[in-house]
Design a protein around this ligand. Structure first.
Ligand code: RP5
Length: 174
């Protein structure tokens, strides 16, 4: 399931999911990385079902060339915290929507990290998936002027869309 937006370059962002069932939501994350042409990989690695693979991934992530890890998990969502414990790379956690508790379980499991090992946690579900990608771009943009300019253009585009919507509702007669 590993894929790169720019096949010739090694991935700098990893999207790691606790289950393939998380991918429907995390496609929103991947779409942004593809749009900005950021080399990335998508992995399924479970902290509780494959703890050995979680360990191997985290301890090798920096040497592999990764700069940011995005970790998506649901329910007792410990994946992001477990990975963050084993690397000093920035780890962004995306809490998955869940059928029983709506994702509040995932959110609290992820966001309530004890002091010392941070996980930058985004919103539950698709909004969080998208924002994790944008946040990873902001981190990469600190040392990449191309990405910084692309992010500024993205924001300018959003602004234009809101202004157009504003004009549209003001002109509406219904
Ligand atoms: C977590 O358990 C995964 O991240 C997923 O959100 C949740 C349910 O996993 P499946 O039972 O669908 O594989 O580890």
């Amino acid at each position: 399931m590993s894929q790169a937006a720019t096949p010739n370059l090694p991935p700098v962002v990893a999207i790691v999911m606790g289950s393939k069932s998380d991918f429907e939501i995390m496609k929103e994350c991947k779409k942004v990385l593809v749009e900005f042409n950021v080399p990335h990989e998508v992995r399924v690695i479970s902290a509780h079902r494959t703890p050995d693979r979680a360990y191997a991934f985290a301890v090798g992530a920096e040497e592999q060339g990764l700069k940011v890890i995005i970790a998506a998990a649901g329910k007792a969502a410990h994946l992001a915290g477990v990975l963050a414990a084993m690397t000093t790379l920035p780890v962004l956690g995306v809490p998955m929507t869940t059928s029983d508790l709506g994702g509040l379980d995932s959110l609290l499991s992820m966001v309530q990290m004890p002091a010392g090992i941070p996980v930058g946690t985004t919103a539950i579900g698709k909004a969080g998936a998208k924002n994790a990608a944008l946040l990873s771009l902001a981190i990469l943009a600190l040392s990449d002027p191309r990405l910084r300019d692309a992010l500024k253009a993205y924001r300018a585009n959003m602004r234009a869309e809101v202004e157009a919507a504003d004009a549209e509702v003001q002109a509406s007669t219904v």
